[in-house]
Ligand binder design. Structure first.
Ligand code: KIV
Length: 274
């Protein structure tokens, strides 16, 4: 008999805090649809991030600025449907939370109704107040510091962040402020490894690194990058664990050749009425 009660195996924000205390590394990957989210969940990935990187790897855009609430809700609903154990975090898209605390609450609520268990916001400053309000209302928030892609035009590209001592002190202060505001975790993107390790040691909440070295409590990668879906060298901080782009190309070429030569469908794929 099935039950409506959540499985006791479910990853929660409380469990993530315990993982940090026990020095257990946290595994996070992005997913944007049902089948891949289901595979990640069955593999035991702890956090499934429905990233606004969907703008890049699903919609082919150069920045994450173009993706909006409606697309992110479709992806969140689809990915969450495939997840039984992991904590699903929905990335709040550009201008869905920066405009006002009221907008942030309304939009974060839509993500939770779509199946996410938490939302992610980029930056500190005014996001401290927004985070506080969301958390007060029962909406868990993941922070994101360092290279914050929604600010790509202000940052002047996707460069390494917080290189100078004053920038490093500011990032550490921002991380502390986000923890104080109630974030359950913070993503550290493309910052020096030494700084990420310092931030990780200073916070009680887990840090999740991407291009931030090995000293974080967990790691995240964009799934399409680590599966080798695209040609070219890619980012230095990405390790390619598969070459799916090449595998798909090979399969499609074989299929095309079979169709053109009349080899597919075969007798075994055909129906006969009698
Ligand atoms: O959108 C995304 O996938 C992200 C991760 C790279 C952290 O924000």
């Amino acid at each position: 008999m099935s039950s409506y009660l959540p499985s006791s195996d479910r990853v929660t924000t409380v469990r993530l805090a315990k993982m940090k205390a026990r020095k257990e590394r946290i595994v996070c990957l992005t997913a944007y649809d049902f089948p891949t989210a289901q595979i990640l969940d069955k593999c035991g990935v702890d956090l499934v991030l429905v990233g606004d990187s969907a703008a890049n790897v699903v919609y082919g855009q150069e920045t994450t600025l173009a993706i909006g609430m409606e697309e992110m809700l479709y992806h969140t609903r689809a990915a969450a449907a495939g997840v039984k154990r992991a904590l699903v975090v929905a990335d709040m898209p550009f201008l869905s939370y920066q405009t006002s605390v009221a907008d942030a609450i309304a939009n974060a609520g839509r993500f939770l109704k779509a199946g996410a268990a938490a939302v992610k916001l980029e930056g500190a400053g005014p996001m401290r107040e927004t985070t506080k309000r969301l958390v007060e209302l029962g909406i868990p928030v993941m922070g994101h510091l360092g290279l914050v892609p929604q600010s790509v035009h202000r940052l002047g590209g996707y460069r390494l962040q917080a290189r100078k001592p004053d920038e490093q002190e500011k990032l550490l202060a921002d991380a502390r402020a986000l923890e104080e505001a109630g974030c359950f975790s913070v993503v550290l993107e493309k910052i020096p490894a030494e700084l990420a390790a310092r931030v990780t040691a200073a916070l009680a909440i887990p840090t999740i690194g991407i291009g931030a070295g090995s000293g974080c409590d967990g790691q995240v990668l964009v799934l399409h990058d680590m599966l080798g879906m695209f040609e070219g060298p890619g980012y230095k901080f990405v390790k390619r664990y598969a070459e799916l782009g090449a595998a798909i190309t090979k399969a499609v070429n074989e299929y095309s050749s079979d169709v053109r030569q009349g080899k597919f469908p075969g007798e075994e794929h055909s129906f006969h009425g009698d």
